[in-house]
Ligand binder design. Sequence first.
Ligand SMILES: Nc1nc2c(ncn2[C@@H]2O[C@H](COP(=O)(O)OP(=O)(O)OP(=O)(O)O)[C@@H](O)[C@H]2O)c(=O)[nH]1
Length: 385
Amino acid sequence: MNLSKSRPFHIASLLIVIIILAGLGSSLLKFKNSIQDIQKNVGTTPHEIRYQLHQSISQVALIEQEMWLRKRYSLPYNSRSMINRTEQLKYRIVNIRGTWGALDTNLDKSHLWKEIDEFEKQTLALETLLRSPFDDELEYTRQLSYQVLKLKIVNAEMFSQGSKFLRHHTENYVTKLSNVATAINVLIVVFILFLGVLSYFLLLIFKQRNKLNRLSKEDPLTQLYNRRQFNVHLRQAVERYNRTRTPVTLIVFDVDFFKMFNDSMGHVAGDKALQVISKRLASFNKEISGLDSYRVGGEEFACIYSGLEYEDGQTLAETIRTAIEDLSIPHKLSTISDNITVSVGVAHSSQFDVATMDSLYSAADQALYQAKEHGRNQSCQFKTD
Ligand SMILES: Nc1nc2c(ncn2[C@@H]2O[C@H](COP(=O)(O)OP(=O)(O)OP(=O)(O)O)[C@@H](O)[C@H]2O)c(=O)[nH]1
């Protein structure tokens, strides 16, 4: 994977994620507002309007009833009580206007305003009549009954128009509500899909990252740690030694006469032999806690072990050397054995006042050279002068 090429892809993915999240956020906000809107315009406000309309009906019914009682018991009509009732009706009209005004609807309300105006006109006419002096009681009673009747008729009309309007309005909102519900369903599906796609891409990115991370540390032929990781670990071990005096043993070894092995057996067999040796080293890593093995060159390997004393370094080197010989990989052209052997060099941090990566590595390499010089298939410890 080309990292420089994948950067625009990552930026684009990030932008898409941000846009989708922003879209989801604003949709949820709209959804919350819609719910509040529906609550107000389908619940609270229509309920209040219905209450006001019913109140006006009962108020007019009370006026009519009082008229009838006054007629029956020959009481005066233009009493304070009757005038009070019309005043309450006027107050009711103000409330009716207010509640209708608060209803947020896209339906035309103009005919409702006309009904309310007419109702108010008839209420005022009744009030004027009640406040007016009269001479002819019979005629006055007739006019009053007629006015109450008119008031009752416009009241009934206002009530029926209002109820009809509220029914349409509610149906309208229920449609809107079902649209909102559909939108929410779509939103949920989109969100789930988005989460699915996001998880898939995240998984892909993590897998790629892990793979890249592993490849940057691993030797492709043997799956041992590579030279780069060897450098990192050796630097850390040496720094720790200089800080805390935790001893570091460095073992480097090289297959004997490997050129001849390749020449006689072929490169593929050479590769296979390197893999078999590496597998044995990998099992050492598991068996000996704190030991790490590396392929540091073509047929050159290294082991780092922190915590081992100087005297035990060569014992470990010998263990590794004999284990490789015991693999019994036939080497026909070797002049020292029938099988593949290795020569090993060992260096120990205690051999330096201030150890460095280079000094330790160069010491182990010198010891390896000594092992080769002395006939191969053996291990040598670095000797200080
Ligand atoms: N098959 C195979 N051969 C490799 C690989 N890397 C290096 N080699 C071979 O390892 C051989 C190393 O040869 P030399 O450095 O001459 O050492 P040698 O033949 O092992 O002899 P001494 O080290 O002196 O015992 C070369 O022929 C390289 O081609 C690899 O990955 N696979």
